[in-house]
Each structure stands twice: as structure tokens, then as C-alpha cells.
Design a protein. Sequence first.
Length: 58
Amino acid sequence: MLNSARHVALLVAGAEKAGAVRDGHEGISPWEVPASAVRGLESTTWFLDAAAAGEQPG
């Protein structure tokens, strides 16, 4: 269903999600990381806070 949408946005927050964000960008593996296979027909945008992006505080 998501892959039939014209535009898809994923909102990710928190340091505990940093590994999932990394895994989602390393390749397509829908069984291990479902979000890695989500693609909008025209665009796919990931919105991340600093912690989910893997940035260290300070």
C-alpha cells in the first residue's frame, strides 16, 4: 500500500532508532528492515531528529 503512494514521508525520532535508520539506508531488505523497501512513486523523504541520525550530543 505504501509503495503505491505518490509521496512517502517517514518520521523517526530517538537514539534507539539510529540503528534502524542506518539499516534502512544500507540496502533493501524488506523482511529484516521493512522500512528499507518503502518507496513513494515520486518521492520518499526521511525526517530524522539528531539522535535518530546517529549524531552524538555535545
